[in-house]
Design a protein around this ligand. Structure first.
Ligand code: AMP
Ligand code: TRP
Length: 324
């Protein structure tokens, strides 16, 4: 079976962008592929964070993923820092990574702007650690959102460079995108939905129904008069309605929009309800999981054991290739 690997940082709750751009795909891929999913805590250290919150965030990420449908019996779910081979490989990959390529990375530039007091070496080297995560497991496909394409291209380049220098070792992994690889912010639909913009811009999967309704109500639309064009804000709401709403409801509103007769308040009411209903089970599952942190830690320990078996075997081969 082809191999899937992906990772997510433990930085608090998941939002609709994470879910539709990546996690929903992770869940669906479990039946057709060998899947490995990783909570990347070393990556989360590259931006300012509180050490005493890290363990809580890791458990929350695990609960999020399992509540969303990742099955630790089917897939390997584990914590990056518990498998030291990731950082070992990152060092070796550093030696074949051109500095000029790292300097081009837009995520590094964005985060440097966002945290000008903390432009650290880890942030710069972040994509190489990401490449190590992926290449360590002979990954064929990597399900991520659109913002990660550049990192995946670099991963392929690093694999190629390494193979050229040390002999055929790594598979060049491909990106797997969903139908919604870039979900937009509710308040500023010219930007991607992200936590760093503030709570009004995103819907967290754990948001309560009244919060969801309120955030959707305040989402940017347009005047509804120019039916020839769909504004970015309205397009974003339509995209969400198509996924979460019933087909006939989606059809009704798009037809009304074309006819220039749409009432956005009605659309928003329907959409808010549909999102709340869709995640009702998720909210309940997540609470149950978090009520049993020992159980979660146990599941992660089992995942670590399985991941490590593969990592230890592969790193041996890689070290052999480089003469260590
Ligand atoms: P992050 O929370 O930024 O570490 O992202 C975790 C995963 O969600 C990655 O695969 C991202 O590409 C994806 N993602 C984050 N924000 C969005 C968004 N607004 N639309 C689609 N995918 C996203
Ligand atoms: N950089 C990814 C993000 O911000 C997280 C990540 C780390 C990752 N390692 C990975 C994603 C390996 C896919 C594969 O979302």
């Amino acid at each position: 079976m082809a191999k899937i690997f992906s990772g997510i940082q433990p930085t608090g709750q998941l939002h609709l962008g994470n879910y539709l751009g990546a996690i929903k795909n992770w869940v669906e891929l479990q039946d057709t592929y060998d899947c490995i999913y990783c909570i990347v805590d070393y990556h989360a250290m590259t931006i300012p964070y509180q050490p005493d919150q890290m363990q809580k965030n890791i458990l929350e990420a695990a609960a999020d993923l399992i509540a969303a449908g990742i099955d630790p019996q089917k897939s390997i779910l584990f914590i990056q820092s518990h498998v030291p081979e990731h950082t070992e490989l990152a060092w070796m990959l550093n030696t074949v990574t051109p500095l000029s390529e790292l300097k081009r990375m837009t995520q590094f530039k964005d985060k440097s702007k966002q945290f000008p007091e903390n432009v650290n070496m880890g942030l710069f080297d972040y994509p190489v650690l990401q490449a190590a995560d992926i290449l360590l497991y002979s990954t064929d496909k990597v399900p991520v959102g659109e913002d990660q394409i550049q990192h995946l291209e670099l991963t392929r380049l690093i694999a190629r460079k390494f193979n050229q220098k040390f002999g055929e070792t790594f598979v060049e992994p491909e990106v797997l995108l969903t139908k919604t690889p870039r979900v937009m912010s509710l308040k500023d639909p010219s930007k991607k939905m992200s936590k760093s913009l503030g709570p009004a811009h995103y819907i967290a999967l754990t948001d309560k129904p009244e919060i969801i309704q309120d955030k959707i109500k305040k989402a940017v639309t347009d005047t509804g008069e120019n039916s020839a064009e769909v504004s970015p804000g309205v397009q974003n709401l339509f995209t969400l309605l198509e996924i979460f709403g019933r087909a006939e409801v989606y059809k009704k509103f798009t037809a009304e929009h074309q006819a220039g007769k749409i009432k956005y308040a009605e659309l928003k009411e329907e959409l808010g309800q549909a999102i709340s209903d869709y995640f009702a089970d998720f909210r309940e599952q997540k609470q149950k999981l978090l009520a049993n942190p020992e159980g979660l830690r146990d599941l992660l320990a089992q995942g670590t054991k399985k991941a490590r078996e593969i990592a230890v075997k592969n790193i041996k081969d890689i070290k052999n290739k480089v003469g260590l």
